[in-house]
Design a protein around this ligand. Sequence first.
Ligand code: ZN
Length: 294
Amino acid sequence: MVGVARIGIDLGGTKTEGIVLDASGGTLVRERIPTERERGYEAIVSRTAELVARLRPHAPAAAHVGIGTPGSTSVRDGTLKNSNTTCLNGRPLHRDLERAIGLPVRMENDANCFAVAEAVHGAGRGHRLIFGVILGTGVGGGIVIDGAPWPGPQHIAGEWGHHRLDPAGPPCYCGQRGCAEALLSGPALAAAYAAAGGGPADAATIAARAASGEPIATRVLARYLDWFGRALANVVNILDPDVIVLGGGLSNLDALYDRGRDAVARYVFNDELRTPIVRNALGDSAGVIGAALL
Ligand SMILES: [Zn+2]
């Protein structure tokens, strides 16, 4: 495990990032390219392989490549499933990447990679059971126990993004309605704001408008934080993690850590909420660092 440089790839919905970590976990090289998922499956595979080829000279002894992806590999037939980069679903991504790259690949869900990185090098250090949360283009979650990911026998452990909160809620790409992802992702927040008459705006803008007292933003953000509380309280009730680490673009919303936390406390099956809910320590780097640690 130690002694050689390691290669990690974070295959995200909008960007694909590669990293080479030295033997002590320091960053040697980092490179980021747009995923361009609209160009389709084959383009994603070949561009990922090209990125690895550029990184390999910096890690000549690396015996495998760690890759974090949205979704997970089916135990049944080795194809990818549950990815919100939907062109990857049903395709043998693991096998095709190994063939294109020419090295063994260790693949894990991107939220699990995030959780591993935060558990080992970030905000989850010193805790035994970490629930890592991604709030971004999608909503993911990963469970880490004693430094190792816990994907579960079906590779769906921690997927809180697709537990149903509102059967009459907005449709989700998974085929259900009112999933946590359909209510808590960045696009979901933007869509709720637009539907309420606020016009096009991203999460940060909506939060800023709410802070300045704009009525639509205030109402939409309050509702968002309430859903956040209901969703995360369900997780706490089932898992009772030692710490919850938030990642993804929306983890920058300060309101999650006070009013959002209050909402979790309101719905949790307990008379208090002791669970720390903390901001990630590794920022954008967690996913790719976690992939390199696989
Ligand atoms: Zn869903």
